[in-house]
Design a protein around this ligand. Sequence first.
Ligand SMILES: Nc1ncnc2c1ncn2[C@@H]1O[C@H](COP(=O)(O)OP(=O)(O)OP(=O)(O)O)[C@@H](O)[C@H]1O
Ligand SMILES: [Mg+2]
Length: 391
Amino acid sequence: MTATELARKRVLVLGPALKALAEQALEGARIETVETDRAKALEALHPGLDLMLVDADAAGPDLTREVIEALANRPNGPGVLLIGAHLPAALVRALLKLDRSDVLEAPLVPAELTKAAVAVLARPAEEGSDRPSCRCWAVMGSVGGCGATTLAIELAALLAKKAAKPGAVALVDLNLAYGAAHAYLGGGTNMRLGEASGSPERIDAAILAAFAYRVDAGFDLFASPRDPMAFDRVSSAAVLRVLEMACQNYQAVIVDLPRFRHPWSLDVLSGADETLIVSELTVPALLSAQAFANEIEADAPGGRKPRLILNRMSNRPFGPAPSRAEAEKALGRKVDGAITSDWEAAACSVNLGGPISQHRPKSKIVKDVGAIIDRLTFEANRSTEQLPRIA
Ligand SMILES: Nc1ncnc2c1ncn2[C@@H]1O[C@H](COP(=O)(O)OP(=O)(O)OP(=O)(O)O)[C@@H](O)[C@H]1O
Ligand SMILES: [Mg+2]
């Protein structure tokens, strides 16, 4: 990283006295300044920040510690530079909780600040940090009611459980008109894409945070209020911008994707790391799954081959439903995962509001979804030779 690249960074300066120094040292950076007022400072810590400069003398030890702790709980948090003349050891120790931080003795000249900022921001790349780029998985059903939303919720919940900190995973419900994820989770519908569609470029990290609703299971839900006309009102640019911002701010983004195609569907499918097509074990559902898989491969060739997941597998070896082998024969391709039928666990969880892994953790559904995550993660790690991230 060079000093020129600092120009694209979003920098928050805590303590207006540092503003002039920051502007000289970080030329062209998008610098915001916030007063050393607790409420204002904590509110200003939105997820899109690249770097934070803290005037520790002006902020005082309590506020400085609070800011550091808020950032330490955040995946993909900004680099932090603590600047002060008499920094207590406890503060410096608190700073060690952050992956990317440094302490600078005041007073200092702009060149020192430039050097420290460049070093802190470059650290993950230089040291081969295992902090990953986001993984984005899209889930769609082959027919109505086959379990796409259920799978999307369980994926988000299990990935959130494996993550080191809450808030690392997002579930984005793109069934914009009548999405059910919020009802299944007992969550809020804060994603007001219709209003943001006029100027999608304004969907920044702060607006993303306002769209989010943190569910008890530890992930952030992005769901829209019920609106029969939503698909007409919401622009493609707004949908894609939300996904782009989500991918910048979370370690994993699970998308509950409607099976009917919208102007943005192919872009979402092309951008996703994985597409999971959920099918139940009936001939019409399997044929539909096969058709969707073929269409996606033809129309969104940039993406990976879609994965096929069979849902509501019977526990009984014999019965009217096709077996996995018969399903694979009908599909003309291998399936990538199968989820056992467990009506009691599924119904109990939607009625209580929350994932099955929260209310019925021993259900076979949870084990089966865990196996799907393990498989996809293993294959992703093998193909990119990256370290496992959150699963
Ligand atoms: N493995 C399972 N065992 C038992 N019930 C299940 C299972 N998976 C899903 N269900 C139940 O099936 C119903 C439909 O599931 P869900 O809403 O997830 O499907 P969907 O494909 O998202 O539907 P839609 O087409 O309406 O979006 C729900 O009541 C859910 O609890
Ligand atoms: Mg659904």
